[in-house]
Every structure is written in C-alpha cells, then in structure tokens.
Design a protein around this ligand. Structure first.
Ligand SMILES: [Zn+2]
Length: 115
C-alpha cells in the first residue's frame, strides 16, 4: 500500500484515493465499483442521504430547537445511524463475502483468458 493512499473496498480493484481527502476512512468505493453495486443498495444510499438533508433542515428550524433534546428526536437519530451502519455492512459484505467469487474476478479472469 502506497503511503497516503486508501484502497477501494473491492479487493479486486486496485484503485486508491488520497487519504488526506477522506480523513478517518479506511477505504473508499471507487466510481467503477459503485456502479457494480445492485441498484437497491445505491437507491438505499440515496434515500438515506435524502433523509439526512431532511433531518438537517428540520434541526435548523427554530420550532425544533427544543425538540432536538427530546427522546423522540434521539430515537430517530439512533435509527438513522443504525440504518447507515446496516447499509455499510451490506456493502462491505457484498464486496468481501467469501462464499461468492469476489466481484470483478470473473471479468478479470475473462480479460486474461483464464475463465
Ligand atoms: Zn473500485
């Protein structure tokens, strides 16, 4: 591994990104691998991002100022965080599950005349 670079999550992908640009991240998903993800995972990512914007917008409204400290708001935040964790785990499993051939391996074998 080159210093200052973090790898793509897909073990069969050799792309890296500047660690400086993604502080605190252990890996990235490059655009090529992102497009290989099933549509439902990308749709879920989009949905959660949209919810993030909604929650942020609500949190800035004065009338929700006190609501931010309610247990209801905390529950929503926790559920939201859990939803992200689940999606991240799903994506990580998709690329690293051992029972399936790793994503991209078939193409690699074909390209090199092995498969
Ligand atoms: Zn990649």
């Amino acid at each position: 591994m080159i210093a200052g670079r973090i790898p793509c999550l897909n073990p069969n992908c050799r792309r890296t990104a500047a660690a400086e640009r993604y502080r605190g991240c252990r890996h990235i998903i490059c655009g090529k691998c992102w497009k290989q993800l099933p549509e439902r995972m990308r749709a879920r990512h989009k949905q959660l991002n949209s919810r993030s914007r909604t929650l942020f917008r609500l949190s800035r409204k004065e009338k929700y100022g006190d609501a931010l400290r309610t247990t209801q708001w905390q529950t929503i935040e926790r559920q939201y965080d859990d939803a992200w964790d689940r999606l991240n785990q799903t994506i990580i499993r998709y690329f690293t599950a051992t029972e399936l051939p790793p994503v991209g391996l078939e193409d690699f074998l074909k390209e090199n005349g092995i498969g």
